[in-house]
Design a protein around this ligand. Sequence first.
Ligand code: HEM
Length: 505
Amino acid sequence: MAFPLVGFIIATALLAWYILQAKKKNKSKLGNLKEIPGPKGLPFIGNVLQLGKFANDQFTKWSKEYGPIYKVHLGSQMVVIISDPKMSKEIFTHDPAFAGRPKIEGTDVYLEQPGVGMFSSEGDLWETHRRFLLRQLRDFGFGKSSMETLIMDEVNEVLETFKKQEGKPVKNVRVSLRLAIVNALWTILSSQRFKHDDPKLSQLTDSAINTFNDIFENGSLIIFMPWLRYVLPEYSGFNAIRRVVDQFKNFLEGTVKEHKESLQEENLKDFIDVYLAEMKKAKDETSHFYGIKAERQLVATMFDMFIAGSESSATTLSWTIVYLCKFPEVQKKVQQEIEAVTGNERQVSVNDRPNMPYTLALVDEILRHSSLVPDGAQHRAMAEREFQGYRIPENAWIQPNLYWMHHDPKIWGDPENFRPERFLSKDGKKYVKSENMQAFMVGRRVCVGETLARDNIFLFLTNIFQKFDIKFDPSVKEPSLDTIPGFFRSPGDYQVIMKDRLVSK
Ligand code: HEM
């Protein structure tokens, strides 16, 4: 008897769901526009089961089948996938309605005040803080030393570590690079710099990495089925996410408290100081810099900078080592350019950039070929809109397939080949930027850390390879250029041997 009853309940629920969808569409003013094409899915769960362990592989198959714009349903969520760089530029740049951000259950730093920080906020709050943050990063000269000096402190500590490991097989280059990247970010935010062997630094790094991994590995279920939070808080990953988010939040709140106690308005040392000074100026309750809400905004922004900025840059540097070992002729070429510009008598500086077209092309080829964030970051349509003759409903998510944009043979010809020359002029003398390379995405929400990330990659890459020849350890299997599944496309494990090439200088 129980079975027909369950069947009846499911059938009724399905019918109700279909009627609701049809009603929603009929109520829309744009209901007569074309439907976006896309694969068929099941009621309630949509296309979730069709995504394998590495969702981007399936998105890419669909990009080839359905073209530059298609839609899928992940649970009840409609996601519009954009697979063409021109379309991506158009949708993410012009209409502010497409600059919203989806809410991902449990990831808000403050459950009591969701939608704060840089990544998750929208509208006026987001615009005001984004302008402020960009101004502070751009003018970063507000501390005692410039951004380049801070990064070079980290580069030099990595060079010292590598020197101690010279000639021996080294497995954990990635760990050294990660510590260095987190430390530079932390110095910009808080003016506290740690030695790379300080346990506080590894604690900070681990918190950032664990939070990130927990959100995207354990949290994947509640991304598309947010109600699981209330039914299965442990199994859905909600509790795991909260544990690491809260731990990191407490650490950041502690640092803000220390800064409040020692703030000297005539001597603002870092980003936290500058923000606290702005809060002091705000007397109007409606200001985004007023009171406890603003303080939470500060903590959440620092949290976002860590989550978005540490693992992304460290993994790109890790790919850099892999590519340059895999292609020793590229390693040679970049070393020749470094020597031509510096005579290897001094270290490379960001001012050398205009004279180093091959290195600039190499950085773009690393970003293109690795396509670190294969599905970019989703935006939310804050209102129903027409786009390219299609109806995009309010609350649809918009997701670029950056991997496919960077690997479409119609755009790149031979996308699988690692060839920095594709970003050079025909005579090989000039670096040529391509609008089809969108590793940091484009438009209104383009990565706020792009300048910092590019400075990091340029300074680490050039100064490491100026000093060292690096090759894979011949006694261990070389990694392939395939990625291990995860939110980021990361290289598999590898082991290298370094040799100081300036030792006789
Ligand atoms: C190789 C390194 C990096 C890559 C590939 C990368 C890529 C991206 C991408 C694809 C987005 C999404 C943009 C959008 O939603 O339209 C993004 C956003 C963001 N990135 Fe990066 N990023 C990198 C490094 C950094 C660094 C170093 C920082 C901070 C210091 C940072 C901070 C942010 C923030 C705060 C956002 C959110 C911006 C917003 O919502 O307005 N990123 N990044």
